[in-house]
Design a protein around this ligand. Sequence first.
Ligand SMILES: Cc1cc2nc3c(=O)[nH]c(=O)nc-3n(C[C@H](O)[C@H](O)[C@H](O)COP(=O)(O)OP(=O)(O)OC[C@H]3O[C@@H](n4cnc5c(N)ncnc54)[C@H](O)[C@@H]3O)c2cc1C
Length: 366
Amino acid sequence: MSTEFDYDAIVIGGGPAGSTVARYAAQKGVNVLVIDGRDPIGSPLQCGELVPSNEEMKRLCPDVPDVDDLFQTPDEAISMTCDQMHIITPSGKALKYRFEGLMLNRVVHDENLVTIAKKSGANYMVGKRVLRAEGNTVFLRDGTTLTAKVIVDAGGHNGPIRREYWDEKSTTIPVKFCLMDGNFGDAVELHFGSVAPGGYAWMFPKTGGANIGLGIQRSFAKGKTLNHYADNFISKYNGETTFNGAGGLPMSGTLKSFVKGNFMLVGDSAGMVLPSNGAGITIAMIGGRIAGEVIHEHLENNVPLSTYETVWKKQMGKVMKNSKRSFKIGSLMFRLPNWMLNLLFNRLTKGIVWRAVTCKRMFFIL
Ligand SMILES: Cc1cc2nc3c(=O)[nH]c(=O)nc-3n(C[C@H](O)[C@H](O)[C@H](O)COP(=O)(O)OP(=O)(O)OC[C@H]3O[C@@H](n4cnc5c(N)ncnc54)[C@H](O)[C@@H]3O)c2cc1C
């Protein structure tokens, strides 16, 4: 479409957010380049690897259209499916819920998103780090400069445009996890209480193993390190550890705005993680689709890029608002001692707990 610039759109980062922007923009004819510092994109693994099934997504995010078009997870990217989530109280009691989830092979999942975007016509440049962007120009670490009409930061919570042009602070919780061989049943588990202060620990079973980890809020940790809590939790499970990983999860919800001039933020860089359950993959893809479609409309029909924020609010505004509120209430609750939490998590509150985790209003007035 553009002759003035090298590309119509440059997307920094080819994870779930960036590859989805590229897919939906390219399939409408936008000349888009994705630049990613990793080669291959998606490695090494930094994830718990759990996503809701498409049917579960339709229940969780009822205002998001065409869920089956957006999430086309191939069989080889699915390690196993589950139909139960257990919320484990500090005393070890399980509150059991029906939950249709997919345990991913996340690396294969992200590679598949790249393949779909390339088939739609997107161009990729991997193993190249973007230092910064200014106006219509993107500056790479190797000295290359490239230009585009629209520049998207899908580089995660520390993406270069987010870092330089947005000063809104958000809480990022540090996370550690491992892959372990063995048989861990077929229910996904979330553990709350002093095991993971201010956050939660997880055990997500996979075929022949599990993904086990936790995230904490440092201000809740009474001077103890993330390693201390992670070692403590992971050592409860028996099996050979085949991989160790770490990362950070933005937990403040979406930023106030995701568009400045010709810059757009998508995925973790815009805070598109549901703080009450840590879901970021599918939410980044919801944002990615909207951004990709709006970029096309902007280039073709001069629709303002801020339409992206308006459409996001229509599709995800309520879910994000409820999730932020649940996280705030949870953060207050999780300052309580284990014995109080054991009393609070019970048969009578079971429904409220589930509403909080699944981003519904917890009470009629909240
Ligand atoms: C340990 C951990 C466990 C998690 N578990 C889950 C889970 O079980 N389920 C779930 O739904 N979500 C989970 N999440 C969250 C989820 O991984 C993220 O929300 C999701 O990956 C966001 O996608 P994204 O495309 O915005 O960012 P990312 O997936 O982080 O992709 C960003 C890409 O940008 C590239 N990049 C960054 N900076 C630059 C630069 N300057 N130049 C070039 N390239 C750059 C990176 O190489 C990367 O490929 C977890 C996160 C962590 C850290």
